[in-house]
Design a protein around this ligand. Structure first.
Ligand code: ZN
Length: 95
């Protein structure tokens, strides 16, 4: 397992927007028509799953969120404030 790659606010946006669109679709009961996740920033492959890892004490102290994509297995960290801003932007962009 390699060290997670830190993502900045701009790199985070497409990932957060994709997750937000999926959550919105899921709430509407459109599970069979879920929009795809954003491609992995490291390898560009299409993930089938985004997994959040919250078991790293340093991330807790630094207010960072760690997550990874499956099946490629690449992992990332994001500043929780960047994450929050990206989520707000995603909600503004979608109905
Ligand atoms: Zn990858």
């Amino acid at each position: 397992m390699t060290e997670p790659t830190p993502l900045d606010r701009e790199q985070l946006q497409p990932i957060v927007t994709a997750v937000h669109l999926r959550e919105t679709a899921a709430l509407l009961g459109l599970r069979v028509l879920l929009p795809p996740l954003a491609p992995c920033p490291t390898c560009g492959s299409q993930p089938t799953e985004l997994v959040v890892n919250s078991d790293h004490p340093a991330h807790f102290l630094e207010d960072r969120v760690a997550f990874g994509f499956r099946p490629c297995g690449h992992t990332f960290t994001a500043d929780s404030e960047d994450l929050h801003k990206a989520y707000n932007a995603a909600r503004r962009e979608t109905p």
